[in-house]
Every structure is written in structure tokens, then in C-alpha cells.
Design a protein around this ligand. Sequence first.
Ligand code: 9MR
Length: 350
Amino acid sequence: MLASSLAAAGLPCLDLSARAAAGPGVLARAVYGAAVRGDALANDPAYAEAVAARCRTIVPEGSLKWPVIRPNRETFDFGDADRIAAFAGRHGIGLRGHTLAWYGGMPSWTDAITSRAEAERVLSEHIERVVSRYAGLITSWDVVNEPIPDAPSSPGDLRPFVWTRTLGADYIPIAFRAAASADPTARLVLNEYDVEFAGARFKGKRDALLAIARRLVDSGVPLHAIGLQAHLFADRSIDRDGLQAFLREIRAMKLDVLVTELDVVDVSLPGDVEARDRQVAEMARAFLSAVAEVIPPSTILTWGISDRYTWVPTYFTRPDGLPNRPLPLDAAMRPKPLMAVIERYTRSAS
Ligand code: 9MR
């Protein structure tokens, strides 16, 4: 729907065919992209330039979340998301959607939903409206985001929020089916974090994610890929064996893998910038090499592109007061060692 209105407004639609023709060696590698902020794209030319130059796909960091597009029950506000879609169109960049069913920051009007029938109607209608608006433009959706608690008590444990309260575990297949019916061509992703580390809590997360994926696949629900958010923490270690065993199960289910929110939380690393950037890059390398050995990810996105705009300091400020450096470009848009690591696994934008 939006694709035709962009075309009518004279804005170019996506045409990745020239890029796709780059050659067989290149095709084996992931598409690189980043989460973007609409206000920064509009007001910060250096940032917009970096995104346009380096990304082949982008995802709105917040503009498609429920509190933004559904401030109240009656209103849909697509302003921010449309501006990001127009930016992607102007620059021939692909677009992902994030997210349709997530416990994080649900608007308070949804607290009034108590019956199963109403919940199913509101969730399905929301998804149909949002996904059909961007059908053909947003080619990949984080349909369900972070369904599993931080320390799951069993593989079936789900986060409590409006949809589990009213629909139980069924909210997940309901969401995927609604998304597929609104855009049968979109790739539908189940997205989660804390899947890669060593320790019982993280093994619990992998088991719970596999259980959800299996249930969907076994019942013929349209699930196409697992999104590994990959918010890496420098003070944790990657469980290479555990992660690879998990990925082999994913591969056996014939699902793709995307890295959807890569960054490295650097609170525990030394202040020295060179040493810190090196260790951040090394952490990402350890993770990406473990993943790519089992399933080369089709897409690798970082959660932001430049240290100028990152969620990390909101939760993880450094004890020495220095600015965090979790992303591939520094605050002055200069590439860091993390960018070089990502470039080994991705196709270049140019
Ligand atoms: O980076 C996002 C931040 O700007 C928002 O305030 C926050 C709440 O909507 O969400 C952040 O993004 C999260 C993403 O949606 C899901 N995975 C974890 C991300 C970082 O917290």
C-alpha cells in the first residue's frame, strides 16, 4: 500500500536487483544494516550520510513500536515510520520491521483488554493494519520479540504481559499468522536476546527459544527465521559449543538466522579507547564466527550505527564516566575495528 503511494509521490521504490547481481562469492555474505532513529536521520546530515553509505537495510529503532503508532486505541500514527520508509526508498535501502508483539512499553490502554476474544481481535487487527501498510516495502518483520523471561523456569516459560495474560502461548502463532496473511511475501522472524553466552540462564533461554520455534514449525505456522539480537556483553563469554548446538537445531528446522541488534556493552572494558575498541571487535568476531560456521546469517544489523546514538548508556553507564563505544562507527562517524569485523561477514553497500 505504502509502496504505491511512495511511487505516486515520485519517491523511488526499492530496487536491489543491481546489488543482487554482484556475483556468487558476494551473494554468500550477509546484508549489513542498522537500526535508525527518524529524528537523527532528519536533523543530522553526517549520520544520515553514514547510514545511506553503509547500510543495505535499516530498521526503525522505535518508530514501529506500539506506544509510537498506537498512542490510544483509535489512533494509528505512522508519521515517523513513513519518514524512515521514505529515506530507505530514496537511497535504495531495504527495510525491516520491529516489532509486532513485544512486552516492552505496551501502551497503558491495552491494560483494559481482558477477554480472549478481544485480545485476539486487537492483536490481529493491529498486525494486519501495520504489516499491510508496508507490504512490499518492509520485507522482513520481527513479529514476536523477546517472548522469554531472563531466567526461564522451564522451556515453556513466557514473559507475563497483556498477550500472555489473555491468550497464553497462543499469542505467538496468532501474531505470525496475522503477519503472513497481511503480507504473504514478508520474512517472519522470532527475535530474542541472551542466546549466545555460557551459563545455565543462557542455556535455558536457548532451550525455551527452540521449544517455541519447534511448536510453530510443527504446527505449520509461517516462521522463517530466528533473530539473534546479539547485545553482547564484554564481561560474558560466548558459549561456542552451546550456541552452535542450538544453531544446528535451527538449521534442522530449515530456518534462517539473522543477527538483528548487534552491539557490545563495554562497561567492564578498560577506558583506553584503542584497547576497548579492539576487545569490542574481538567479542563480535567470536560471536559471528561461531554463528557463520553453522548458518551464515542472511542479514547482520547493528543496533544503531554510530556511538553518537545508542541505547547503551540509558542502562549501562561506565563507572569511569567515559562515553560508551558499542557500535561500528565512533561518535564522529569514523569506522572502528568492529566495522572491519562486520565487513568480513557482509557485502559492502557500494
Ligand atoms: O534502542 C531502543 C531504545 O531507543 C528504546 O527506548 C527502547 C524502548 O522501546 O528500546 C530499545 O531497543 C530495544 C529493542 O527494541 C529490543 N531489544 C533491546 C533493545 C535495546 O534495549
